[in-house]
Design a binder for this molecule. Sequence first.
Ligand SMILES: [Zn+2]
Length: 287
Amino acid sequence: MNMSETLGRWRATIIDGGSLSLDGGAMFGSVPRVVWERCIEPDSEHRIPMKTRLLLLEDSQSDRVVLIDAGVGDKEDPAFRDRFAIQLPEGTGEAPLRRAIRSVGVDPQRVTDLILTHLHFDHVGGATQLDREGQSTALFPDATHWVQQANWDTGLSPNARERASYLRQNIEPLAAAPLEKIDGNGEILPGISVERVDGHTLGMQTVRIEGGGRVMRYLADLAPTWHHLRAAWTMGYDICAITVVEEKQRMLEAALEEQALLVLEHDPVHAVTSLEERNGKIVARKP
Ligand SMILES: [Zn+2]
């Protein structure tokens, strides 16, 4: 099911960008397995299924069409796809991200802006494709690509801990496309702002869309699933768990206050939720 919401001038549509599976223990950090396996059931290889859910924003006042994140893409070899049980959007004949956009009735040619929350392969891989010579090239060579400067720098020279997540063929070709490197927080398009967070990786950005008195937040890996909306539930992948906890607490307080719709990029089932206060604690509503 594709969900659409209107926020003032923006029509926001959630897109199924495919799926992958990641190690459940790595996804739930210090949460004991007896607890997390009741939340999301692991497969025989201890992996949990996850979506790569994207957000498309169409401006009713201009030709602008903004896409947030790009999924895994199809450049990697079969061994890589097996390891992560990657499933791409249905269809053939064009890049999986184009198929995903078309599946909600939008011509992918219309994309003018691509906001990349960060350059980990499951967020940016779909933004490039292999050409006939096997070279990786930008899928939207004329679109403006928005990324935090700090994350761009990290992606091009990753540390040993994160090297497996930052793949050169996903990042370098984007330098040939229009590239806006952002430094910190701010409104980048009318009603669309980004907020830099550093606990998951250096220079990730979450996206906040405001219009018509409503707010939607795209949380990326600050809270990849519904279960991660508990501030203390961080991931083994996060480079600094304490920073994530602080950043998430700040986000949860703001999102409760503004009754924001929260888009969950990786949750296997739930696309959107919101928050409520129960017994003095901020909790996510059961979708
Ligand atoms: Zn990530």
